[in-house]
Design a protein around this ligand. Sequence first.
Ligand code: PGA
Ligand code: ZN
Length: 423
Amino acid sequence: TISQVLARRIWDSRGRPTVEVEVRTASGAVGLGMAPAGASRGTREAIERRDGGPRFGGLDVQRAIEGIDREIAPLLVGRDEADQGGIDAALIALDGTATKERLGGNALVATSLAVLHAAAAARGLPLWRHLAGDRPVRLPLPQIQVFGGGAHAGRRVDVQDFMVVAVGAQSFSQALEMTAEVYRCAGEWMRERGRLAGVADEGGWWPDFARNEEALDALVAAIERAGYVPGQDVAIALDIAASEFGRDGRYRLALEGEELDSDALSERLLRWIERYPIVSIEDPLAEDDERGLAAFTRACQGRVQVVGDDYLVTNADRVSQAAAAGACNCVLVKPNQAGTVTEALQALQAAREAGFATIVSARSGETEDVAIVHLATGWDAGQLKVGSFARSERMAKWNEGVRIETRPGAPAGFAGGSALARR
Ligand code: PGA
Ligand code: ZN
């Protein structure tokens, strides 16, 4: 039984205010939930409650915390912490808006995650095991950023994430080992060219490139330099985050100084797929360009995974609609886009029913919370995206995966390269 709900302001990886909720049970279990924050958000995401005004750039969360103290805490005290579905439904009803703007998606997701952590703690189980029950589950295949870009790097390059996927790895720990070498070699490559300039928001190297393709060339060079065969051992994944530079079917590539229509951007990406060992592309076109997304997915003919992030916003109905339209073949699952753990799980289940692959993902603004690693494992999502291989809000999550993999009673296996959608 939940005995106490405490809310407080903590600080995220960008040094901005965010919400933490602590749920305590009568049995003495404690669960902490922390709200992450995106920078390149889909327009249909759950809306955060922020205070506005001059302080902290308007991003303070005092009103979200007041809402938890005044309304959410009284609702939850006395309830069974194991009833995640019932509690999430009560939170959604209490908020009463379609966008979760009244109490705030940040207040709701921190609460929902805190309840989940408390329930696992009350049973004395690791969170992933609490979620998996007796089902056999696998550690996820990581997508790890090497160069940041887009909204996470002052729009220095248009593409947001240049990532690698260790498709040849036999375990989660080995995937990290392989990525560590590629990340290090990419840094050396940049330094030799006088282009090393620190890191972007998610810890990827700052993308000091003149063209988007240069980053792809640098990635291939880094994979080879690390001693791996591009495509066979380590492949490339991109998040184009096209909603950030495209609207109404027009896309402005600032770096190349070009304006492309939907078909021309598609052709550009298809050319990259021909030339580089790319296995996954996220948000290749803008969230409102469903026709373009469907045409692109068709043109890929199952050679690459097409991921919907801003397009699907972790929403089960949108996933089903995308499946009917053939507009992608994989969903990115971000609990704070939906607002509650239950809705995130529903989006994942809708994806599974549609035959889509699934990736559980962090945000660019993160905390030390490692819940998403447990969600990816316990829900057997197959893939996990956390940002780069630097900075402790990222490394805390990769390291948690190592712990899950090496503790007694570990999951049955590792999802590996077969977790990627190819259909
Ligand atoms: P965000 O971006 O967390 O800044 O919204 C991450 C992503 O687009 O995958
Ligand atoms: Zn994205």
